[in-house]
Ligand binder design. Structure first.
Ligand code: M7G
Length: 314
């Protein structure tokens, strides 16, 4: 390739790869042949948005972002589209704001080292359950606002109304609503009684199956993704202890880097619950399991759980 001018002569043929996580597009096309005047050859051109420079951090929001447009606001969470040049075309940035941010938020968003811990049913009862129960209801105010229709009402894709086993399906705030390869929805249970995976019982099977069926149907109708194109999973530990299911494009790996152990496939959850006998009244499979996951050193459970590991057998 000879110089910048040749790049301007690129004749686009097709997209080879669209990677929303790497912020890149890989294109196939034709460029002038460097050896033979007038001839063109096939070329692969990968264009990637560069990382935001940390040196600009002090003035990033105040000076470099030229324009913003509100996307949504729930409780203390607000997200915007942003432009580095004044323009109304495809946004350069998505800006999420948590304000006022609590200490728990600051810890969650701080880069942290992970340690794998095993949570036995006994450690759940002794350490995790009291930790979950100590969260003030204000922590999930945004969930109540969505469920009551106070916020994001026009975004809701489906409502299953039963107070105990219903749920609301809507786009996750991580999604820009445009980039299909990064499609991200969330289904939130109407009832606040299921705080996490540990509280799931056989009676929740119809809700879990319905989330799978309805999300698949709606995503197909609205965005044209067929059967098998979605990955449904539940986080343990989650950030918010009000039961919800993550629904993402199966080809999207954005949030999955460090989460083997944290993400449990909805299909596996359904299958495990099905193993409990119908008439069985003892502790459910999710109360009997030992769950292993990575905990960040800023996580509220970190100290108690890492100390308790010494008490576990082999
Ligand atoms: P999680 O597994 O509890 O925590 O998932 P994570 O954030 O560590 O994954 C909560 C999910 O709810 C995440 O995917 C969030 O992006 C999403 N979420 C959080 N808030 C505050 C909102 C909101 O206000 N609106 C919507 N639509 N999604 C949200």
């Amino acid at each position: 390739l000879k110089g910048v001018d040749s790049l301007r002569l690129f004749k686009f043929e097709r997209i080879l790869n669209e990677d929303p996580v790497a912020h890149s597009l890989t294109l196939l096309g034709m460029l002038p042949d460097a050896d033979e005047e007038g001839k063109t050859v096939q070329a692969i051109v990968r264009v990637e948005k560069t990382a935001l420079p940390a040196q600009q951090a002090t003035r990033l929001v105040t000076h470099f972002v030229k324009d913003v447009q509100l996307m949504e606001n729930t409780d203390i969470y607000t997200w915007f589209m942003g432009w580095l040049e004044p323009s109304r075309e495809h946004p350069d940035l998505k800006i999420n704001v948590v304000c006022p941010a609590t200490e728990v938020h600051i810890r969650k968003y701080t880069k942290q080292d992970l340690v794998m811990v095993r949570e036995t049913p006994e450690l759940y009862r002794r350490i995790v359950k009291p930790y979950v129960e100590a969260f003030p209801p204000s922590r999930t105010q945004w969930v109540d606002d969505i469920l009551s229709g106070k916020s994001e009402a026009e975004k809701v894709l489906h409502r299953a109304p039963s107070p105990d086993y219903g749920y609301v399906l809507l786009p996750d705030m991580k999604w820009d609503l445009i980039t299909i390869p990064a499609l991200y929805l969330v289904a939130i249970a109407n009832s606040s009684s299921v705080r996490s995976l540990r509280d799931l019982r056989k009676i929740h099977l119809p809700m879990l199956r319905s989330i799978r069926v309805e999300a698949t149907r709606i995503v197909k109708e609205k965005w044209g993704l067929g059967e098998g194109c979605l990955r449904f999973y539940v986080h343990y530990q989650p950030s918010y202890y009000h039961f919800h299911v993550h629904i993402v494009n199966a080809n999207y790996y954005g949030s999955m880097g460090g989460t083997v152990g944290q993400a449990h496939l909805l299909d596996d959850i359904i299958s495990l619950l099905e193993l409990d006998p119908d008439t069985y009244e003892g502790p459910s499979i999710f109360e009997r399991l030992t769950l292993t996951y990575g905990l960040g050193n800023q996580h509220g459970l970190y100290e108690a759980m890492t100390e308790a590991q010494a008490t576990l057998d082999g």
